[in-house]
Design a protein around this ligand. Structure first.
Ligand code: SF4
Length: 367
């Protein structure tokens, strides 16, 4: 598909630096590729002034059609609905700012903390939780000074797990990233580091064997990524995941439920079983947070729960993620499961629905 068929012939295509250098930042380029009308292109341009565009050629080339409704395109194309009023939406619905004792660190749960290590991403996903921070200036800013965050962690011995996120922490300069990991390793109470990165999906070329080996050389590292559609599972992502696994880094996936992209059971089933084939554990299926500018992606929690139930009927338990959402205002994560219980008999026997919806008693233990 033009222009990617031509670009793929470039010897740089498989190099992550080439992909970043050729990332699409101009909304007019996307509009031309999609053949948008002048009015639609103007709406895209207006939206991009508030929420900018960024996409690697590799990721855009996963689109099957130059079509604004394509599930790959929809994740990166500015949509004028991002600018519509959203009564429930907030730039920071999880109140991360409130739980940030020092710049860049969010401490909400007693035993773990989140370090927002950079604002830089390889792709700007239209449904992003932190789209409030998007700006060309933020993306080009030098890496943060982690001194205050490290000092805070040193003083809070109860924190045993650090989640490094962003932006995308795997885009930090190598000296900065590995310096940060070494500094965390020097803190005696830190047992685990979790990296939140979308690079396996949008820039898998970055996960070279050498880079992964360095990532896995110190503290136990887990990587949480975000595949949202089966089309994102490619030979390149399998290679990247393989490099991570060979370096001793388990990979889990956190899908965001997105209206019109993956909110149907066959798509979710194909995604979750495809993840298992690439040896990635489907970990969470998140209902979209009420982030300002993302209303058109949200399905409603009950719709998500119904989808999970359909998924449970159709794929192995290993392929079923936990369905969860974050309570607004910093209330924390809530996991929901379909209720299979449908009643009880007078002798205490509980009755459950089977996969076909038929009631079936399950005997209670008897003395
Ligand atoms: S890669 Fe992550 S942080 Fe960056 S825009 Fe996408 S969802 Fe947001």
């Amino acid at each position: 598909m033009e222009p990617f068929d031509t670009w793929k012939q470039d010897p740089g295509w498989t190099d992550w630096r080439w992909q970043l250098r050729h990332a699409v930042r101009d909304p007019a380029v996307l509009s031309r590729w999609l053949g948008l009308t002048p009015a639609a292109a103007a709406a895209v341009w207006r939206t991009a002034q508030r929420y900018p565009v960024l996409a690697t050629p590799y990721y855009l080339a996963l689109a099957e059609h130059a079509d604004p409704a394509d599930p790959i395109v929809r994740q990166v194309l500015p949509d004028p609905r991002e600018l519509l009023p959203d009564a429930d939406g907030s730039p920071d619905p999880l109140a991360e700012g409130r739980d940030s004792p020092v710049p860049g660190l969010i401490h909400r749960y007693p035993d773990r903390a989140l370090l927002v290590a950079t604002q830089r991403c390889a792709v700007l996903c239209r449904h992003c939780l932190r789209k409030r921070a998007w700006s060309p200036a933020a993306a080009d800013a030098p890496p943060a000074d982690f001194g205050p965050a490290l000092a805070y962690l040193r003083e809070h011995a109860g924190i045993r797990e650090v989640l490094i996120s962003g932006g995308d922490p795997l885009l930090l300069p190598e000296d900065t990233l590995f310096g940060l990991l070494a500094a965390l390793q020097a803190l005696p109470q830190i047992e685990i580091v979790r990296l939140g990165s979308r690079l396996p999906v949008v820039l898998p070329q970055r996960l070279t064997p050498e880079f992964c080996a360095r990532l896995g050389a110190g503290l136990p590292v887990w990587l949480a990524t975000q595949f949202n559609h089966p089309r994102e599972l490619t030979p390149e992502t399998a290679q990247a995941v393989g490099n991570l696994l060979r370096a001793g880094i388990p990979v889990v996936n956190q899908t965001v439920l997105l209206r019109g992209i993956n909110d149907d059971a066959p798509t979710l089933a194909a995604l979750c079983t495809g993840l298992l084939r690439q040896r990635v554990k489907p970990y969470y299926l998140f209902h979209g947070d009420p982030v300002a500018g993302t209303l058109h992606f949200r399905t409603g929690v009950e719709a998500g729960l119904a989808l999970l139930e359909e998924l449970e009927r159709s794929v192995s338990g290993l392929a079923v993620p936990a369905f969860a959402f974050d309570l607004p205002g910093g209330g924390g994560k809530v996991r929901l499961e379909p209720s299979w219980r449908c009643g009880a008999l007078p002798d205490g026997t509980v009755v459950y629905r089977d996969r076909q919806g038929q009631p079936r008693p399950y005997p209670a233990p008897r003395p």
